[in-house]
Design a protein around this ligand. Sequence first.
Ligand code: ZN
Length: 172
Amino acid sequence: MAHNLFPVVPDTGTLKAARLATEITGNPGRWVRLDCQHLRHVQQPVEAGQELECPTCPPSVGGALPSHRVLGRGPERRRRAWLDAGPQAPGKAGAFAAEAVTYAGPISLVDDAGRMASELVASALRHTDAPVELTVDAGGDMVRIEVRDDDWTAPGTGKVVSFELREARSGN
Ligand SMILES: [Zn+2]
């Protein structure tokens, strides 16, 4: 099926291919989960149950990629995590945000979202020892990152810092 659709760039389902395809075609595509539990990127519409090659599974002896079925549920648009205060928190925040944006898009903001989440959490942890709540709202052409530090020993004194990233659409 889908023989009528020719991707403009090789659609190998990897993060690198997804970025290249987005740059060239302006089509962000989307991520789907396969029944081997790996994510792969698609530029063309696919339906649940359809078989796609998985770029993450080990190839067969002959070098062919194994096919797996597309699972039905789409990614959550909003994800939330609690991070314990500590030196690893900014790094965890960055990884969490990058993964959330990898699932929900836009793919061009994965790196910026990770960096921003990491910075916001690092800055929140300069004035609290309490865990911070990180919310990543991603989808469409934007990502919103919110960091809340609510010190339960002094309720109501917590601060919320948020930042929005929007996909750049250059006109040239
Ligand atoms: Zn796989």
